[in-house]
Design a protein around this ligand. Structure first.
Ligand code: CU
Length: 96
């Protein structure tokens, strides 16, 4: 008599660890000081550039306070990627 090979009920251990690591991420809100923004066109340029990044869920620009608030998934992108993008489209990111 031959035993039927049973399908495993759970994923392999590497898969379980991967799922746990994914679960550790989450939505982060980061406020970035940005110099050089002066009008609605600047707001549109930054908003468009940042929303093109995978993992960025929301962008709010405040021209008066000179800040860009970004909501992003921590396991998909990071502050450095976002800062670099702002610099790339012609604005200055204030560190700190
Ligand atoms: Cu402008």
């Amino acid at each position: 008599m031959r035993w039927k090979k049973k399908k495993p009920l759970i994923f392999g251990m590497d898969r379980v660890i991967w799922v746990l690591l994914q679960g550790r991420g989450g939505m982060k809100n980061q406020v970035i000081n940005v110099n050089g923004m002066s009008c609605d066109h600047c707001v549109q340029t930054i908003t468009k550039a940042l929303t093109e990044i995978n993992g960025v869920a929301g962008v709010q620009v405040d021209l008066v306070k000179k800040i860009v608030a970004v909501d992003f998934e921590e396991n998909q992108t990071d502050l450095k990627t976002i800062s670099n993008k702002i610099t790339e489209v012609g604005f200055e990111v204030e560190e700190g």
